[in-house]
Ligand binder design. Structure first.
Ligand code: KIV
Ligand code: ZN
Length: 514
């Protein structure tokens, strides 16, 4: 996968499942990671960084399974600069048709200080570890963490060592989101000019968005000769996140006239994966986010609407269909049949079998009875919401709340736990708090609620609310989600969904008996 500076192709390296998932609270389950990896592979991402195999048994298992299931994409795992990390990584990716080991070390003065390594000692370590990785696989990526704050002469020296030791991709991370476009370009340009062997490897750019310049910095690096952009869906990632995949890919497509580089990404798949990543990570996409925000294609001001009606190109630089948004999102109503529902779900990227369709159709009818118009976003919420709830150990059977100006607000709740109904009335500071107190009393647990978030799925007072809940138990994080036209019901179901996920996780992490 070596790309020279003259190549017109830019490799897209997605790290949603590693750098994105590393963002506090964005933890995904094993199955969610497999699903996202499959979507990335299907949409034409060149390299998927599937995780950090040494970090935990869970990370290792996810990377290994993603490697086994991979089709087109290279599957990459991350490892620090030591043999144990690298061996674990090699073991995790080895079943991929195209495996890659990614090893890194912080090269800036601040990073050299922490392990108290001299420049020479670090250079030796880079030589040893890259050589070791290269003996295990032909495709080795080496990253100089905090490259943008590393002395240029030292950066050149260690990159030369990594190339000589067999690295095929050299990644130049802007770890703390500190650089700016011109500096980003100059750095790549200088490295390609000065480092012996630079023309035989691919240079990669890996930008964080602390100053909001990640996309601009990545594209500037490409202008200077980088041929791999590292990015995440929705820009997910620690702090202000990473470069957003959808932004760089669409920028290269829309402004091909001035940035004549191609990617393999099928841009029509962007919206679906964006929604799914938002859902499983619990990190909602801001309304005005470029490309995938709810308002990205909304032209509401009078002057814009007038222009749009006359000619869409007046204000639209790309078509909604190009990113997978359908022209009209008003789809079904209560008279719509099963075939229409299946057809629409297929268009939204859901492949539903007969049994699943039966279940979704029942819930669709219930929703259509309560809501006049069922939009695409409603259908997506429906699909994501409890499709396998029938197997859950805890179910919400009945909920009635009393709320309003007179305190205390209360919730009368019946939960079915392992097939047995339990009822409780609890009070709280508002109906959601009362409901959560009732759940806590009916199913006592020590997990701590870390996040409670509500989003309207569509417009209008009859819109469904999607509630996301994140909980932590012994350092492990689980999330739950649910949608309903009643916000309190959605909240109760999201909490219960998180508890069911917690039970599954407890079961999986139980020590095996010998
Ligand atoms: O931001 C960074 O430096 C990283 C490295 C591990 C590549 O994510
Ligand atoms: Zn990073």
């Amino acid at each position: 996968m070596t790309m020279t500076t003259t190549s017109d192709h830019v490799l897209i390296f997605d790290t949603t499942l590693r750098d994105g998932e590393q963002s506090p609270g964005a933890t995904m389950t094993h199955d969610e990671k497999l699903e996202i990896a499959e979507m990335l592979d299907d949409m034409g991402v060149d390299i998927i960084e599937a995780g950090f195999p040494i970090a935990s048994e869970g990370d290792f298992a996810a990377v290994r399974e993603i490697a086994k299931r991979s089709k087109q994409s290279v599957i990459c795992g991350l490892s620090r600069a030591n043999f144990k990390d690298i061996d674990r990584c090699a073991e995790a990716v080895r079943h991929a048709a195209k495996p890659r080991i990614h090893t890194f070390i912080g090269t800036s003065p601040l990073h050299r200080d922490i392990p108290n390594l001299t420049k020479d000692a670090m250079a030796d370590l880079i030589h040893e570890t890259v050589t070791h990785a290269r003996n295990l696989t032909d495709d080795v990526q080496w990253s100089a963490m905090d490259a943008t704050r590393t002395e240029h002469d030292y950066l050149c020296r260690v990159i030369e060592i990594a190339i000589k030791a067999g690295a095929t991709t050299i990644n130049i991370p802007d770890t703390v989101g500190y650089t700016a476009p011109r500096e980003s370009a100059d750095l790549i340009h200088m490295l390609i000019e000065k480092v012996p062997g630079a023309d035989e490897v691919t240079f990669a750019t890996h930008c964080h968005n602390d100053l909001g310049m990640a996309t601009a910095n990545s594209l500037a690096a490409v202008e200077a000769g980088a041929r791999q952009i590292e990015c995440t869906i929705n820009g997910l990632g620690e702090r202000a996140g990473n470069t957003a995949l959808e932004e760089v890919v669409m920028a290269l497509k829309v402004r091909h006239d001035i940035m004549p580089w191609n990617t393999r990404v099928d841009t029509k798949k962007i919206m679906n994966i964006s929604r799914r990543v938002a859902q499983v990570s619990g990190f909602a996409v801001q309304y005005n986010k470029a490309i995938v925000g709810k308002n990205a294609f909304a032209h509401e001001s009078g002057i814009h609407q007038d222009g749009m009606l006359k000619n869409a190109e007046t204000f639209e630089i790309m078509r909604p269909e190009d990113v997978g948004l359908s022209e009209t999102s008003l789809v079904l109503g209560k008279h719509s049949g099963r075939a229409a529902l299946r057809d629409r779900l297929n268009q939204l990227g859901f492949d539903v079998g007969d049994n699943q369709l039966k279940d979704v159709f029942v819930r669709f009818k219930e929703l259509a009875d309560r809501k006049k118009e069922v939009f695409d976003d409603d259908l997506i919420a429906l699909m994501r919401d409890g499709t396998d709830a029938a197997n859950d150990r805890i179910q919400v059977k009945f909920l009635r709340v009393i709320c309003g100006t007179e305190a205390p607000q209360s919730a009368d709740l019946t939960l079915e736990v392992d097939g047995v109904d339990h009822q409780k009335t609890a009070t709280g500071d508002g109906p959601v708090d009362a409901t959560f107190n009732a759940i806590q009393q009916l199913f006592p647990h020590d997990a701590r609620l870390q996040l409670y978030q509500v989003h309207a799925v569509t417009e209008g007072t009859d819109a469904q609310a999607t509630v996301s809940v994140r909980m932590e138990e012994n350092g492990k994080i689980v999330t739950g989600q649910s949608s309903d036209t009643d916000t309190v019901v959605a909240s109760a179901k999201a909490y219960v969904n998180a508890l069911n996920n917690l039970l599954v996780r407890r079961e999986k992490t139980k020590p095996e008996s010998v």
